[in-house]
Design a protein around this ligand. Structure first.
Ligand SMILES: [Zn+2]
Length: 185
């Protein structure tokens, strides 16, 4: 049955209290997702929460189970969670992509996401995003005549001086030098 949101349940949600995991599930109206109380996802707003006793009741109301805390079954192993983050970065690295946004999309706190990612991939999410951007920039430098500014924007780094600095620091040459060495005629 659907339960009300009480102060006690609310505290369990915002403190990710696992001792309540057998007692209820909470669904968030704005995202359409439901979670266990212990889920490390971003705390919802009080007014957007619905509380269910059973996962099946949330599903009947057309909420989807959270991929992070898997309220209908086993918890998501960290390796799979990191694979989700990687996948998200791979398809969004050309956009503005902050750790906070990534954490929202992958349902975890920025701190927890950063640590888990680093443990499994041996680099931080931010380093991984930069690597993706620089790899793409190298490809564009070697295969196109686009300007350095256009390339830096295209790979998600609209601040061109910063892009040049990071490129040089990582590869040992400036984007122009790199292009001279690698441009296919
Ligand atoms: Zn969750």
């Amino acid at each position: 049955m659907e339960l009300g949101i009480t102060e006690e349940r609310w505290q369990a949600i915002i403190n990710n209290d696992a001792t309540y995991d057998q007692q209820f599930f909470y669904a968030v109206k704005t995202t359409g997702i439901f979670c266990r109380p212990s889920c490390k996802s971003k705390p919802p707003r009080w007014g957007n929460v619905r509380i269910f006793e059973q996962a099946s009741e949330a599903i009947r109301e057309e909420f989807r189970p959270c991929k992070r805390c898997k309220p209908t079954g086993q918890r998501l192993p960290d390796r799979e969670w990191v694979a989700q983050m990687t996948q998200y970065i791979d398809s969004h690295y050309t956009e503005k992509l902050s750790l906070a946004h990534l954490a929202d999309m992958c349902h975890g706190s920025p701190y927890h996401l950063h640590r888990t990612f680093k443990r499994i991939k041996e680099m931080t999410p931010v380093e991984y995003i930069q690597q993706k951007r620089l790899d793409k920039a190298k490809e564009l430098l070697a295969q196109s005549n686009k300007s350095i500014a256009a390339i830096s924007t295209e790979v998600g780094m609209p601040n061109t001086p910063y892009f040049i600095t990071l490129f040089k620091k990582t590869t040992g040459s400036t984007p122009s030098e790199y292009r001279q060495l690698h441009l296919k005629q």
